[in-house]
Design a protein around this ligand. Sequence first.
Ligand code: FES
Ligand code: FES
Length: 208
Amino acid sequence: MTKIEFTVNGQLCRVDESLPRYTSLNAYLRYTLGLSGTKSMCHEGGCGSCIVMVRAKRYTTSMVETFSVNSCLVLVFSCHGWEITTIEGVGNRNEGYSEVQKRIVEFNGTQCGYCTPGWVMQMTSLEDKNLTMAELEKSFAGNTCRCTGFRPILDAIQSFGTDASPELCQRVRDMEELSICEKKGGSCGRKCSFKSDCSDWSVVEEAK
Ligand code: FES
Ligand code: FES
């Protein structure tokens, strides 16, 4: 009997022929594992909402690499040996958000949020590749957003560029500075200019 083994967020998954042959990775993640953070919309590789990160040997180079895939286009039976990371494995409210998630929020790069896991996972899979702003922008040709108008998301993405503009770098520095409030125990963790949302004024004042 064919047995396919792979991990999802570090958990071992085994599938055999009892699973329908044409089950997509997207359907498996969402409906078998219940990881609905990975979205699905077009089902044909056009929107990027279903992107997950994979670490595996690439057939083209025979090297173990980190890359992203559109999970709607991948069959579960082609995932043998893969280490798959979904948005649930990147960061969350309880354990803390990743740097990519934080920047997208701070740059106002999310509205309804449906596309956001795809952008986050695409960026997370590129994070250690040292790409320029232009290269990063090109790498997101397969991600769409119906709400934000793209600019805020691209600003957040391009702030990871090796040649990030001084303006974007400054925004990241501001963001880091403002998170001091959170590190010092402030409960809201938001910008100090949003003081009315903070329950502990003394902490905000101290952080400044
Ligand atoms: Fe649109 Fe996969 S659902 S690219
Ligand atoms: Fe709504 Fe992108 S934030 S589709």
